[in-house]
Every structure is written in structure tokens, then in C-alpha cells.
Design a protein around this ligand. Structure first.
Ligand SMILES: C[S@@+](CC[C@H](N)C(=O)[O-])C[C@H]1O[C@@H](n2cnc3c(N)ncnc32)[C@H](O)[C@@H]1O
Length: 237
């Protein structure tokens, strides 16, 4: 970090109370998901804790040196797997707290014989803090929990301190790509991303869904309900 690259999140003392950005839901797993989780976790999984040893060695995690895309909140993982299949020259690090979604993605990795995906289980922000600065080619935040009530906005993943933290982990020129179907959150995201001094807006506002981003499970629900979708893509200067 330099004096011209303020990173407020990095200055939060470790004893500060933590505010969760996710609902602590467990969810039921099918027998197949239980089996996939047991068998495949050792090969693809990364356990995330709030004292994860930093810096995380991404080349060791993936077994090669390639540009890395971080996906925060991969849900059931279908979109993650699809992007990784279409983009074999980059590595994908998906992070989720929802165990059935993690298990589902692990099953997809085996079925598609995908070597360029790893799956983190835990709070994405704990992982991001432990990543080296300038280590990510892109960060994807697709349909994050909107936390619609005003008193819960502090739980949103896209807020100034988190954006500064995410930006610090991008390589110069790397992109932070957010998408939401929640119009008010889209406005807040746009404001926050535009206000960050180290990010430049690639499209000058909302973008249409780029071809490389598959329609996600949550997005399908939004489209069925007739809600518009907002993509925002900003680049680290
Ligand atoms: C609304 S869902 C969207 C899932 C997927 N991206 C999609 O579009 O279908 C948001 C997901 O983000 C996960 N999530 C929220 N905060 C997180 C965090 N701090 N770390 C990891 N996962 C998180 C939730 O568990 C949830 O599965």
C-alpha cells in the first residue's frame, strides 16, 4: 500500500467487531453433494478462517502461474464452472459460505474435469485480506445479497472500505465486475465504485451483460420476475 493508494479496510484493527455480509444458512445437501464434498474437498478446497496465513500462495494453490479471477459468492457454482470452461488460461477462485453450493461446484469440477478452479469456504473478505496486493486479474461479485433494509446496508459487500480492499488486490488494469438486479443497490454500487479514487469506469455507467458472463441462477429468478439487471465494470487504474 502506498500513501496514494488508501485502503481503509486494511487499517481496521483485528479486534474490531466483524459485520457479516452473508446469511448464516446451512441448507440441505443431497447424498451426492455430501459424497462430492467428502471426496473432492482435499483436491479443490481452501478453508478460509479469520486468521488465514497471509500471503496466500496462489501459484501453489493452482499448481501454476496464471491470471486469477476471484468470484465472491459463487452460489451453486454453475456460472463459475461455465466461465472456467470457456477461459482455460485463467484460474478461478470461487468463494462461498453456503455448503450445498460448494458441494455442487465440486461435483461440476469433477464432471467437467476442470483443473483451473479452486473453491474457498468461508468469508470472502477474510480471504481477500490474506491475498497479496496486486494478485488478481479480476474480481466478480454477481448478485450479492442486497440487504434491502437500510439498517442492514452496513452488511453489503459493495461498500467503500471493501471496494478499496478489493481494488488493492487487483493488478493494475484488473477489473472489478459487479452485477445486481436490485435497482437501489445498483445505484449505491455505482456511486461507491465511481467514488473510489483508484478505479476507472469501463463503460461510463451500467453495462449490458458481457458475453463472457453467463446468466446466473439468481439472475434467472430476477429475469423471470421481470426485474432488470445492472452490470458495472470498473478497472484498477
Ligand atoms: C444472492 S446469492 C448469488 C449467488 C450467485 N452469484 C448467483 O448469482 O446465482 C449471494 C451469495 O453470496 C454468498 N456470500 C455472501 N457474502 C459472502 C461472503 N462474505 N463470503 C462468501 N460468500 C458470501 C451467499 O452465501 C450467497 O450464496
Amino acid at each position: 500500500m502506498t500513501s496514494t493508494d488508501p485502503n481503509p479496510a486494511a487499517t481496521v484493527p483485528p479486534h474490531a467487531p466483524r459485520i457479516r455480509t452473508f446469511h448464516p444458512r446451512r441448507g440441505r445437501m443431497s447424498d451426492r453433494q455430501v459424497d462430492d464434498l467428502d471426496r473432492l474437498w482435499p483436491a479443490y478446497g481452501l478453508t478460509i478462517t479469520d486468521d488465514l496465513a497471509a500471503p496466500v500462495d496462489l501459484a501453489a494453490l493452482f499448481g501454476r502461474r496464471a491470471p486469477v479471477v476471484l468470484e465472491i459468492g459463487s452460489g451453486m457454482g454453475d456460472a463459475t464452472a461455465e466461465m472456467a470452461i470457456d477461459d482455460p488460461n485463467r484460474d478461478y477462485l470461487a468463494v462461498e459460505v453456503h455448503t450445498p453450493g460448494i458441494a455442487n461446484l465440486l461435483g461440476l469440477l469433477e464432471r467437467h474435469d476442470l483443473g483451473n478452479v479452486r473453491v474457498g469456504r468461508g468469508d470472502a473478505l477474510d480471504l481477500v485480506r490474506a491475498l497479496p496486493e496486486g494478485s488478481l486479474d479480476a474480481v466478480h461479485v454477481f448478485f450479492p445479497d442486497p440487504w434491502p433494509k437500510s439498517r442492514h446496508h452496513k452488511r453489503r459487500i459493495i461498500q467503500p472500505a471493501h471496494v478499496a480492499l478489493l481494488r488493492s488486490r487487483l493488478v493494475p488494469g484488473g477489473t472489478l465486475h459487479c452485477a445486481t438486479d436490485w435497482a437501489e443497490y445498483a445505484g449505491s454500487m455505482r456511486e461507491t465504485l465511481t467514488a473510489d479514487p483508484g478505479l476507472a469506469d469501463v463503460h461510463g455507467g451500467y453495462a449490458a451483460r458481457p458475453a463472457h458472463r453467463p446468466v446466473t441462477k439468481f439472475e434467472r429468478r430476477a429475469l423471470t420476475a421481470g426485474r432488470p439487471v445492472f452490470d458495472l465494470i470498473h478497472r484498477r487504474a
